[in-house]
Design a protein around this ligand. Structure first.
Ligand code: SF4
Length: 364
């Protein structure tokens, strides 16, 4: 832990920085310059702010700090997936994953250190909760994975600190790493504002997906914000009895509440909902399960992502057989549902959510 009481400068608004600086440096353009260093150039130290006068930089160092996420460990899979462990200012660990495919580079990022929801199939859920991430810690993951993607795309001539590399290397970002994004909604929202702002990374919100286990109250809050980014619900079972067994949160917030919140979301945003459904062998992969999923999907326009399970040591779940997956897909497609099958990536590394961090913590 740290006893540093200086505020993280990246959690402050322009006005708050202006007020903090006012006694020392009241140049009108100073806050704009600082903001450009923070969000346009993605800098994580005051020494990098070379056009800020040295006394002002010293003042900033004394009065503010950076809560950074610094890459500490990397694992590369045979299939190209790279998992990165990030160390935070308080020594906590989180993880992000870069998933290259033929035509895209997807970054999967974390929103919390650990997770309180304890889903039974998830390594993060087994490790408990520490704290929420700040906007800067979320932003750092995106910047690092973007540089990594830039390097893979053009290893010979890429200058990783070039704004164009940071801005244009990622095709998609998914909030599907450690943590439940809706339990850290404000910082997640702020990070998306930064990632998509023309004064920062300028990425299209249509390429960002927030994935949640489905917290009804927060689905409504998000809908009221009329987000431009996409939303996915991690369903994994379309009846309460089974969902209760794998997602303890469902015990107090059954599917009827989620359906009602999702209807509200669709009414407000007119957007299609992505349903994420991990297939667990012998648990939720029968045709009866597919039938229940099809019924659930009648409530609003959806797209279904069936996800191959990447087993974690802490659980007994295993992924479904390909023939079972095919039958499940056929059943849904015959009912005119749009279904994509997402292959598990990084099977030979600790690529399931929370695994690398769990193993890093064990080795420390
Ligand atoms: S699946 Fe998501 S919500 Fe559930 S414990 Fe893991 S990180 Fe938390």
């Amino acid at each position: 832990m740290t006893n540093d009481i200086r505020p993280d400068i990246r959690t402050l608004s322009r006005e708050e920085i202006r007020q903090g600086l006012a006694q020392h440096d009241d140049k009108k353009f100073r806050v704009r310059q600082i903001y450009e260093w923070l969000w346009m150039n993605a800098c994580i130290s005051f020494d990098e702010m070379t056009n800020i006068p040295s006394p002002t930089r010293e003042f900033l160092k004394t009065n503010f700090t950076f809560y950074t996420a610094i890459a500490e460990a990397e694992q590369k899979s045979k299939d190209g997936t790279i998992k990165v462990g990030f160390r935070l200012y308080d020594r906590s660990l989180i993880e992000g994953v870069l998933i290259p495919s033929e035509d895209r580079y997807t970054a999967c990022i974390s929103s919390q250190v650990g997770c309180i929801l304890g889903c039974k199939f998830c390594a993060t859920g087994n490790g408990g909760f520490t704290r929420n991430l700040t906007v800067g810690e979320i932003f750092d993951q995106v910047v690092y994975l973007s540089k990594l993607a830039g390097y893979i795309r053009k290893p010979s001539d890429v200058n990783l600190n070039q704004l164009s590399v940071i801005r244009h290397s990622l095709s998609n970002i998914v909030f599907m790493g450690m943590g439940e994004p809706f339990l850290n909604y404000n910082q997640v929202k702020k990070s998306i504002e930064k990632i998509t702002s023309g004064e920062s990374l300028g990425m299209s919100p249509q390429r960002i997906t927030v994935s949640s286990i489905g917290i009804p109250k927060m689905i409504r809050t998000m809908a009221d914000d009329n987000p431009k980014y996409l939303f996915a619900i991690s369903l994994h079972a379309a009846n309460d009895e089974k969902r209760n067994q794998i997602i303890p949160f469902n015990l107090n917030h059954p599917l009827s509440e989620i359906i009602s919140a999702l209807k509200y979301y669709h009414l407000k945003t007119k957007k299609r909902i992505t349903i994420e459904y991990i297939l667990f062998a012998g648990f939720n992969d029968s045709l009866a399960d597919a039938h229940e999923l099809a019924l659930f999907c009648r409530n609003f326009p959806v797209k279904i992502n069936l996800i191959e399970y990447n087993p974690v040591k802490e659980t007994d779940f295993i992924g479904s057989d390909p023939s079972v997956t095919r039958a499940f897909v056929n059943f849904l497609e015959k009912r005119n549902l749009v279904v994509n099958v997402r292959k598990s990536r990084g099977k030979d590394i600790d690529a399931a959510c929370g695994q690398l961090t769990t193993n890093l913590l064990k080795s420390n």
